[in-house]
Design a binder for this molecule. Structure first.
Ligand SMILES: Nc1nc2c(ncn2[C@@H]2O[C@H](COP(=O)(O)OP(=O)(O)OP(=O)(O)O)[C@@H](O)[C@H]2O)c(=O)[nH]1
Ligand SMILES: [Mg+2]
Length: 328
């Protein structure tokens, strides 16, 4: 199961206590205070990694806790600091501390962010020594580490997202292009989770079918619309089986726009799928209608090897071009 939101409990380590101890010298009861300070508690960091399956694995973890600091030691030695804890999260995670409302985002691999501070260590009695007080019996406790529930939401970082109505042939095409095994079926909503595939170093995502009303929360597509917010390019699949291809196109565009106007501004390539169900003449007619939208229109059939080779070439070039432009 693909998990794209989760709440976890994270607890930074407590500071160790300061202690009351005395120096011992031959022939003397006490030669002054020698209680060390407590060590600092470990802090909680989040770190961005390239692993989209992580959140699913965290569903069974009750809490993430960093180590506490050790208490102060004799001979005025500091207690050992608690080790920090790094929580690996997928790139594209947005993390909200539900106690403080602070928000952190992880955008690049290896990015490491401090989210919860470990508690400071307490002070040992050595610390309270002064000219007027040679034998202080005071010490302080370590401070508790910060703790919070962290709400983590994943916004996939996808280079190109396949969008379209249910049954448009998106999963079949992404399977052909990336060798992933997305579920393919002839009933509506076969894809319940966005399937990701690697394609010449780019990430392609198969977004489950959008239906009219998706932007209002109807159907499965809605849950996934947010995944395409950061997608550089949309690959809009339209099945050649659609009798009114233009209104099928407009239904999906309408849903995108209602969800967010920005989605309409993304580069979009139209892909007319399942062309094997039509005659050459019919394909040309449908293609012409779609070209009126001023977008590149490609055609493909998963049972026609040549068309797959052709579309692979065009898409990889487009993605490379798009990647370069967005780097500039
Ligand atoms: N004839 C023909 N059928 C195809 C082609 N591509 C896909 N199909 C069939 O169309 C149906 C739907 O394909 P999917 O790839 O599951 O469609 P989808 O767009 O991913 O559908 P959802 O995940 O429900 O949104 C399946 O029965 C496929 O076998 C094609 O090129 N030609
Ligand atoms: Mg699908």
């Amino acid at each position: 199961m693909f998990v794209d939101e989760i709440t976890i409990k994270a607890i930074a380590g407590n500071g160790g206590d300061g202690v009351v101890l005395w120096r011992h010298e031959k022939g003397k009861d006490s030669a002054g205070p020698a209680g060390g300070d407590g060590g600092r508690g470990g802090s909680i960091y989040i770190i961005a990694v390239r692993d989209l399956g992580l959140l699913a694995r965290y569903r069974t973890v009750k809490e993430f806790a960093a180590q506490s600091g050790e208490n102060g030691q004799k001979k005025s030695m500091h207690g050992k600091d608690g080790a920090d804890l790094d929580i690996p999260l997928p790139i594209g995670s947005i993390i909200k501390n539900l106690s403080t409302e602070e928000v952190f985002t992880l955008e690049t691999e290896g990015q490491r962010v401090l989210v919860l501070n470990g508690g400071k260590g307490g002070l040992g009695n050595e610390h309270f020594k002064s000219s007027t007080n040679r034998s202080p019996k005071e010490s302080t406790h370590g401070k508790a580490g910060e703790e919070a529930e962290l709400y983590i939401e994943l916004e996939l970082v996808v280079d190109a997202g396949f969008i379209g109505l249910p049954n448009a042939g998106k999963s079949s095409l992404i399977n052909e292009l990336t060798n992933t095994k997305a579920k393919v079926g002839s009933f509506e909503f076969t894809t319940l989770e966005p399937n990701l595939g690697a394609f010449y170093g780019f990430v392609l995502a198969d977004i489950p079918g959008l239906i009219e009303g998706a932007s209002l929360g109807k159907g499965l597509g809605y849950k996934f619309l947010r995944h395409i917010k950061r997608t550089k390019m949309l690959l809009h699949c339209l099945s050649a089986e659609q009798s009114d291809i233009v209104s099928a196109y407009e239904t999906v565009r309408g849903e995108l726009g209602r969800y967010s106007k920005d989605l309409l501004l993304k580069k979009e390539i139209i892909i007319l799928t399942k062309t094997d169900v039509l005659t050459e003449k019919e394909i040309t007619e449908k293609k012409k209608l779609l070209q009126k939208k001023n977008k590149d229109v490609l055609t493909v059939s998963t049972i026609d090897e040549d068309s797959i080779v052709e579309i692979t070439k065009i898409l990889s070039k487009s993605l490379q071009r798009e990647g370069k432009e967005s780097d500039e």
